[in-house]
Write a protein that binds this ligand. Structure first.
Ligand code: CO
Ligand code: ZN
Length: 326
């Protein structure tokens, strides 16, 4: 898992430009799939199994980033737009990289006078290397491990992709369901890939695999999820009230298989499941979540035990027939 996670985290792929990540994932899963296709918006859809209930499992491939919008004529620095939810106050000094490898440093005209700068007070300085406007860039920050801790700027949601890929390998085609593993695009800019994917699949039930906030730091969010204490089972977030039948399915499966889990409720943020539940005539949807500190920072922190628990839970859920009646 570690080596795969590192590779996923280090692959360049801001929202709308997920092709490198998609290529990597496709090569990891093709041998285990009954069908692999890419839909019109760019989602990678991997089907395993040919009969039984249709289960959609979704993890997003994209990461937050920036896009060059304007080159200042006097200095050559680039103005930029946000791709996804940036934490603007800690951008100064960060490096970004365009697809051709060009590096830029994010600067501010008065970095120490304004601790809460707005995006239009910042710029990207490539030191004179030209960049065409309209080019997206991803952040640059090395993947690292320390004990059971894993750090990356792209755990959201490459950690989810790693969990799903690992589950596909472990499942090894043994499922009584038709499972559609969707590696979605453009989650960070508004859950845009998940809807079309669900429209095409018309699943009977859906599971998003994504990161979730922890509440285990002083003065942190009031949520019970702790790093290292198991897979999150989503109950509520601002975009999704998980149907009780889906929660019960996940909790009883975790209990039966003795997989550590935690009830996940957060008051900010959501996942692709929020969009999938609204597809067609409605899809019962939930999420298996990865406890993560410092989401949308350069060092999103996850725990190896939680990644394992999420993988085990996903495999256990898919191994039995998913008959959910809400
Ligand atoms: Co995110
Ligand atoms: Zn995410």
């Amino acid at each position: 898992m570690s080596e795969l996670l590192k590779r996923l985290c280090e692959t360049w792929g801001p929202s709308g430009y997920e092709h490198q990540v998609r290529r990597l994932i496709e090569s990891e899963v093709a041998a285990y799939a009954d069908e692999v296709r890419i839909d019109g918006i760019g989602n990678l859809i991997v089907r395993v199994g040919s009969r039984g209930p249709k289960v959609m499992v979704v993890a997003h491939m994209d990461e937050i980033g920036v896009m060059a919008t304007f080159a200042e004529p006097s200095t050559g620095v680039l103005r930029f737009a946000a791709i996804g939810g940036l934490t603007v106050h800690d951008l100064v000094g960060q490096r970004v990289q365009f697809e051709d490898g060009t590096l830029g440093v994010i600067g501010a005209h008065q970095p120490y006078k304004n601790s809460n700068p707005k995006l239009d007070e910042l710029y990207i300085d490539t030191g004179g290397t030209p960049v065409a406007i309209g080019q997206p860039a991803a952040f640059v920050h090395a993947y690292a491990e320390q004990g059971d801790i894993r750090l990356s700027k792209a755990m959201d949601d490459r950690a989810g992709c790693a969990v799903v890929i690992e589950a596909i390998h472990k499942l090894n085609r043994k499922t009584p369901n038709q499972v559609y593993f969707v590696f979605s695009v453009q989650e960070e800019v508004g859950l845009r890939g998940a809807g079309p994917a669900a429209f095409g699949i018309t699943p009977d039930v859906a599971i998003a695999v994504d990161v979730t906030d922890t509440g285990d730091m002083p003065k942190g969010e009031k949520t019970v999820v702790k790093l290292g204490h198991g897979a999150g089972i989503k109950v509520y977030d601002p975009g999704l009230v998980v149907p009780r039948a889906v929660i019960d399915w996940m909790v009883s499966t975790a209990e039966k298989a003795k997989i550590p889990y935690q009830i996940d409720m957060i008051e900010a943020g959501t996942t692709d499941a929020a969009r999938v539940q609204l597809a067609g005539s409605g899809v019962p949807s939930g999420a298996v979540t990865i406890p993560t500190r410092y989401i949308h920072s350069q060092s999103e922190m996850v725990h190896a035990r939680d990644l394992q628990a999420c993988t085990d839970l996903l495999v256990a859920l898919l191994k039995s027939k998913a008959e959910i009646s809400v």
